[in-house]
Design a protein around this ligand. Structure first.
Ligand SMILES: Cc1cc2nc3c(=O)[nH]c(=O)nc-3n(C[C@H](O)[C@H](O)[C@H](O)COP(=O)(O)O)c2cc1C
Ligand SMILES: C=C(O[C@@H]1CC(C(=O)O)=C[C@@H](OP(=O)(O)O)[C@H]1O)C(=O)O
Length: 396
């Protein structure tokens, strides 16, 4: 069974980005405005570069949705690049392309320029950067929002907030382990929504903004840490029986698929390694209304690769943006002399945007694993199966 799958295509300065989503059941409520709202969230965040002033991302649904409901047929989504108007000669598909106008020959440390160019044999590394660019995440957010729409119809929500930008902030894993109600996560995320850096603590957010400005003035860049939560997940998504069916491994792989994400934690993550088991594992309780549960959520809602009924808690680390306005040293691929790396227009910090991307990718991944667990060609079938999973934890 193919299940839920998705491919994207498109260059950063090409005409458009496209995603094809296949395997979404019929009957999922979906309006283009839901997608556009997520695209707008992704464009925000202190520290972004000039490109975000050019783009006003909006999705075009080319197939698979009619009258506000998915049809069960492939969904084609497109996001047009406004910047294409400034790049159409350089990026033209035909022989008229101005190939030398924006040639890139000084690979940026940390970007895909050098390994991509050697691998594909391109002497102009623009042919690599156009696709390695995180511009691709615009259409991944659009597709992820389709996954999010399916989850929303099942009472499952995905939220995030920024814990740290560079060395400003704190990664308090116990705070997340103690936050057990969906409402508490919603409140945290609602506070973060007002922040220019998606930080739930206003004072900390202001310090992050100042740190980004400082990095910008120095021609430097910053990464950070993002925390994500998926609330309302029933017990039983994913499986311990096969490596590629484990929910935690699927989520970790999906998070790593996002440009510049270099670390993933589930629950206590790395801090579990330094504690005794008595301070790591969550004691089990039973409630006649909610069924089985846990006193704490240090596991981050997953045990044995299976959702255990608690909120899924995932943390990701983003490295600093590779393009530096005060560039690092590199080797010119023509002369092989040591030179300064090429400088492309760039973000200084994109952690708040990456949080929105990660929400979409997480929603997509949970929707994918959920459909593998429940099956169903129509939303009513999926809903009945999820209700049965929830009831199983009470009746068992
Ligand atoms: C939302 C977002 C925006 C980004 N913006 C830039 C940017 O403006 N300049 C840049 O050099 N890298 C940027 N990156 C990071 C690069 O795309 C990424 O580091 C590069 O593709 C190499 O991949 P890797 O870091 O996963 O190894 C951004 C990443 C994300 C998620
Ligand atoms: C375009 C987006 O991000 C881009 C990601 C990116 C990179 O190298 O990853 C480089 C920059 O591209 P440009 O040089 O065109 O400004 C960012 O703006 C976007 O997020 O929509």
């Amino acid at each position: 069974m193919a299940g839920l799958r998705m491919l994207t295509a498109g260059e950063s300065h090409g005409p458009a980005l496209t995603a094809i989503v296949d395997g979404m059941p019929a009957g999922v409520p979906l309006e283009v405005e839901q997608i556009d709202a997520q695209l707008a969230r992704r464009q925000k965040g202190h520290g972004r570069g000039g490109r975000m002033a050019i783009e006003q991302d909006q999705a075009v649904i080319q197939s698979g949705v009619r009258g506000g409901l998915t049809l069960g047929s492939p969904i084609t989504l497109q996001v047009y690049n406004r910047d294409w108007a400034n790049w159409s000669t350089v990026m033209a598909a035909g022989t008229e392309a101005a190939l030398d106008e924006r040639r890139v020959e000084r690979p940026r440390p940390g970007h895909a320029d050098l390994p991509g160019a050697v691998k594909y044999g391109h002497r102009d590394m623009r042919n690599i950067l156009e696709r390695s660019s995180a511009r691709e995440t615009a259409v991944r957010v659009a597709a992820g929002t389709v996954g999010r729409a399916l989850l929303q119809a099942l009472g499952i929500d995905v939220v995030s907030h920024v814990l740290a930008i560079g060395d400003v902030g704190d990664v308090d894993r116990d705070q997340a382990a103690a936050l057990r109600s969906p409402a508490a996560w919603q409140a945290l995320a609602a506070q973060a929504e007002h922040s220019p850096v998606r930080c739930a603590d206003p004072a900390l957010g202001a310090a992050m903004v100042a740190r980004i400005d400082q990095a910008k003035a120095a021609g430097d860049s910053l990464g950070g840490v993002i925390e994500l939560a998926v609330t309302g997940v029933p017990m039983g998504l994913g499986s311990h029986v096969q490596a590629d069916r484990r929910l935690d491994s699927r989520i970790a792989g999906a998070m790593m698929s996002i440009q510049a994400i270099k670390g993933v934690e589930v629950g206590l993550g790395f801090s579990a390694a330094v504690r005794p088991g008595s301070l790591v594992h969550d004691e089990i309780i039973y409630d006649p209304v909610y069924g089985y549960g846990h006193c704490t959520n240090r596991a981050g809602g997953m045990e044995g690769g299976i959702s255990n009924g608690e909120t899924l808690v995932v943390r990701i680390a983003m490295k600093p943006i590779p393009t530096l306005y005060t560039p690092l040293k590199t080797v010119h691929i023509g002369s092989r002399e040591v030179q300064s790396a090429s400088v492309e227009r760039s973000d200084v910090c994109a952690v708040p945007a990456a949080a929105v991307v990660a929400e979409a990718v997480l929603a997509w991944t949970v929707a994918q694993v959920l459909l593998e667990t429940t099956g169903g060609d129509q939303m009513a079938q999926v809903q009945a199966r999820v209700a049965a999973l929830r009831q199983a934890s009470v009746d068992f």
